[in-house]
Design a binder for this molecule. Structure first.
Ligand code: 5GP
Length: 218
């Protein structure tokens, strides 16, 4: 049997609250063959989150050990907690021909670009700044000071959109997931093909990717 062709890595990034997790869940509903990397974090679990499923929940000493042993492909501090991508599982899945998705912050996306230049970086944008604020406040999972911190970071992250290969606007999760399937060059579960423009932000033809600006008020 010929060796499998290595698959491509897709990095999803975008401001906290933009709905990346929901988008990835929908993507995996459409394409169960896509593997989502499970990150390690020092953040405490939210209600309903399970260790080894949503994250590997570790303490600071364990996280430092992962860094020291070079076991993370990238890592970053985000809003007071550390997050990192275990390297081995990502590389193994790619080598086996399994498309891999990372859902990580901007700092991590930049590190992946440096380490694996063939990775496709996709920016997930909110339909508007107000929509992002409403989502972050409305989900009720963080205290006010944490929300403010995440909104400050969101302004920085939104300003970095041009560094990405493509943008998907998360207005309708269904359409955004379809746009993502197309960007990844996969077929949808309905058999639609997935050739898509991947080199720039000219994505007007992609469902879910038509974007008015998401620039926050100054
Ligand atoms: P949350 O605490 O809301 O689950 O995640 C906070 C932020 O950390 C999100 O932007 C999420 O994408 C990012 N994040 C999750 N896992 C990783 C990771 O392994 N590395 C990096 N750099 N960021 C991550």
């Amino acid at each position: 049997m010929p060796p499998r062709r290595p698959a491509r890595l897709t990095v999803l990034s975008g401001p906290s609250g933009v709905g990346k997790s929901t988008l990835v869940a929908r993507l995996r509903g459409q394409r169960p063959d896509v593997w989502l990397s499970v990150s390690a974090t020092t953040r405490p679990p939210r209600p309903g989150e399970a260790d080894g499923v949503d994250y590997f929940f570790v303490d600071h000493a364990e996280f430092a050990g992962l860094v020291e042993r070079g076991e993370l492909l990238e890592y970053a501090e985000f809003a007071g907690n550390f997050y990192g991508t275990p390297r081995a599982a990502v590389l193994e899945h790619l080598a086996d021909g399994v498309p891999v998705v990372l859902e990580i912050d901007l700092q991590g996306a930049r590190q992946v670009r440096a380490a694996l230049p063939d990775a496709q970086l996709v920016f997930v944008a909110p339909p508007s700044w107000d929509a992002l604020v409403a989502r972050l406040v409305g989900r009720g999972t963080e205290p006010e000071d944490v929300i403010e911190r995440r909104l400050r970071t969101a302004r920085i992250e939104l300003a970095a959109e041009a560094e990405f290969d493509a943008t998907v606007v998360n207005a309708s999760v269904e359409e955004a997931a379809l746009a993502l399937v197309a960007l990844m060059g996969l077929s949808g579960s309905d058999g639609t093909t997935g050739r898509a423009p991947v080199t720039d932000h000219d994505l007007a033809a992609q469902p879910g990717a038509v974007r008015p600006g998401a620039v926050p008020p100054a």
